[in-house]
Design a protein around this ligand. Sequence first.
Ligand code: HEC
Length: 144
Amino acid sequence: MKKPVKIALYVILGLFVVIQFYPDGIPRENPAVETVIEWPDQQAKDLFYAACADCHSNETKWPWYSYVAPAKWIVKNHVVDGRKKFNISAQGFGKDEHEAGEVIREDYMPMQGYTLLHSEANLNPDQKELLASTLEKMFGKEEH
Ligand code: HEC
């Protein structure tokens, strides 16, 4: 290996080690679940837990890479921002809960990167329709 390449690799490795010691403030202790949800459909519930709950509930399963910088910062932002918009565990459910069906139909959710790492979050068209229509029954629908 050429010397400059070697030095560059050591620098990257060194930075990787150093950023691990940066405090992260990640809320891996999930906040309490404040709501009792009556799911009208068990399969839709399972799909929600497979494809949405990590970012839209207080029942997040924090993956191993949520302990490793820099990936952990991305995960943290997704969970914090996702819960702000729509959180089935919080009183009032956030502020965009009535868009839950729509974002599935538009293939906007689940987030693209998430489905690469969680194959069970890849929903087929029937599953999408079931989950979208169930969430609309539960949380309403955005009128345009
Ligand atoms: C990996 C984390 C993650 C997953 C999984 C995920 N979301 Fe999201 N979601 C986010 C983030 C982050 C935002 C806020 C940023 C944005 O709107 O792009 C968001 C926004 C939303 C919004 C608000 C949309 C808006 O425009 O205001 C809704 C509704 C939503 N998600 C529903 C879902 C549903 C339903 C699923 C499952 C099918 C899902 N999400 C899966 C992270 C996630």
